[in-house]
Design a protein around this ligand. Structure first.
Ligand code: ATP
Ligand code: ZN
Length: 499
């Protein structure tokens, strides 16, 4: 919350306390105490409202978020992004040195990666690290119908950042814009002017032509769809640094869980390392939910500590999302469709002609499925074949992640399948461990290798599907309305898109 609103709140609280003391002092009957309480409430609301009204539109949502006080130590995992970010920030910290050497000052840092991985946290920590003022907004706040409004808001945002820095006696400010693709997406020919103006204003602010050099403004932006960004934004002098923020690996997950367990009584029997193992593919935000939900389960059972069972329940709940025995909505069907298309597109890519049908009809536990042409029984599998199978299995979750930023329960069976193929790879000596006796492998070695292989193949799958996001749209419409898509249809559309 910014100065103005906390100031108002202080007045309100102060006034209420004075009133209370007064009432106590004169010994009024209880009815007056009730009145005092009511007045306290009214004053409090008034102060809040005043604080809100006094804020600019662009800054309002930003100010509703938490303040910037957060350090890199409060962020779990993400060692590489943290390192890259602090290196980049040195340019801001050692400003004089940089100027002396004639190095072009850093204008922007782009954080890319799936939602909930801590991009916002990194930006806040960056502000703390560089003693900068911090102001945040989301790209979606600038999308307006009227020409010039979005551009004006960008101008206000940067102005506000500079003013705040002056007020806090800082010589730099960090502006954080989440979902930058909302403003800086590719301009394809027919785009209307409003959009161009907003982006142009952003570029102008980044170039810093307004000359007030007493405060340096650094833009940190985040997106989970970098491929949609206008190339103008990616030119040197704009986002000079691009930092990939991925889903946390196992040790990262454990670190994040630990951070979110800090304020909770955890039973000695709980192994957060185990929880980390069971949450492959979870984002930091999902892990935070797991800890929170577990504490809620503990409370419900009137347990004083969070126990393993609570955590297990919480993992299930977070995986399931909101979905619980009710009819599927269009939204859900779209999600299932995206998931199944992920499997199908990877399958067609690694084994052309192999998909027989993609269907959204629930079958058994699954809400959708991909049917493959029967393959000849194989007795020998090469490493490539096994890796392709793993990629097909991962395709569903990766497609969801690329299109929605998160995963769902739908992928649980897929991960089990992927893991069991990984086991085959390792046990037949096709992993980096070489030829080993399976029994000689410790649990730790096993899961490290498993994680490594899965991460690598997830990356490959992501690359493959990431280049086909357009195709998803077209296929999605057909699949959701028809509920099935034949292998032939799929191949035709894939070919057309590739042409
Ligand atoms: N690395 C992490 N360490 C600790 N907590 C994390 C981490 N990543 C995410 N979280 C938790 O998830 C919440 C959301 O993270 P954050 O807003 O930084 O994600 P984001 O990458 O900016 O996502 P989005 O793109 O959806 O805005 C945080 O407030 C925090 O509770
Ligand atoms: Zn699946």
């Amino acid at each position: 919350m910014r100065k103005i609103s906390s100031f108002g709140k202080e007045i309100a609280i102060g006034a209420a306390i004075v009133l209370f003391i007064f009432l106590l002092y004169v010994g009024f009957p209880p009815a007056f105490m009730v009145m005092g309480l009511l007045m306290f409430g009214a004053l409090f609301l008034f102060a809040r409202q005043r604080g809100g009204l006094a804020m600019g539109t662009a800054g309002k949502k930003a100010a509703a978020r938490k303040p910037a006080y957060l350090t890199f130590e409060d962020i779990g995992g993400q060692d590489q992004p943290k390192r890259e970010l602090t290196e980049a920030l040195d340019f801001l910290v050692h400003r004089d040195k940089i100027l002396k050497l004639g190095i072009r000052p850093l204008k922007g840092i782009l954080l890319t990666g799936p939602p909930g991985t801590g991009k916002t946290l990194l930006a806040k920590a960056a502000a703390h690290h560089t003693h900068s003022a911090f102001i945040a907004a989301s790209g979606s706040e600038f999308v307006e119908m009227y020409v010039g409004v979005g551009a004006g808001r960008i101008r206000d945002l940067f102005k506000e950042a500079r003013q705040q820095a002056v007020k806090l006696k800082r010589d730099s400010a960090i502006v954080f814009i989440d979902e930058i693709d909302g403003i800086g997406g590719k301009r394809d020919g027919g785009q209307h002017r409003e959009y161009d103006q907003t982006l142009n204003q952003l570029l102008t602010e980044m170039d810093g032509v307004q000359g007030d050099e007493s405060v340096r403004v650094l833009l940190i932006a985040a997106t989970n769809r970098k491929e949609l960004l206008d190339p103008a934004l990616l030119r040197p002098g704009r986002f000079d640094r691009q930092i990939q923020v991925d889903l946390p690996d196992k040790s990262g997950r454990e670190h994040i869980l630990r951070l979110h367990a800090r304020n909770k009584p955890i039973d000695e029997g709980v192994s957060l390392g185990k929880v980390a193992e069971e949450t492959f593919g979870f984002s930091g935000a999902q892990l935070e939910s797991v800890m929170n939900e577990a504490a809620i389960y503990a409370m419900r059972e009137q347990s004083e500590k969070v126990q393993t069972a609570h955590l297990t329940q919480a993992i299930d709940k977070v995986m399931m999302g909101e979905r619980m025995d009710r009819e599927t909505t269009r939204e859900e069907r779209e999600r299932v469709a995206i998931h199944e298309l992920g499997h199908a597109i990877v399958a067609e890519h690694v084994r052309p002609g192999s998909v027989a049908q993609v269907s959204l009809t629930p079958r058994g536990q699954a809400l959708g499925y991909v049917r493959h042409h029967p393959q000849q029984d194989r007795y020998l599998y090469t490493q490539t074949v096994l890796e392709e199978q793993i990629m097909i299995a991962l395709g569903g979750a990766v497609a969801e992640e690329l299109n929605y930023g998160g995963r769902s329960t739908g992928s649980r069976g897929d991960f089990e399948q992927a893991t069991s193929i990984v086991r085959t790879l390792i046990e037949s000596g096709m992993s980096d461990l070489g030829i080993i006796h399976p029994q000689a492998l410790t649990q730790e070695q096993w899961s490290r290798e498993n994680e490594k292989i899965l991460n690598e193949l997830t990356g490959k799958t992501r690359e493959l599907l990431g280049s086909k996001l357009e195709t998803f749209r077209g296929l999605l419409d057909i699949l959701v309305s028809e509920e099935t898509l034949s292998g032939k249809q799929l191949r035709e559309i894939l070919l057309k898109q590739a042409a």
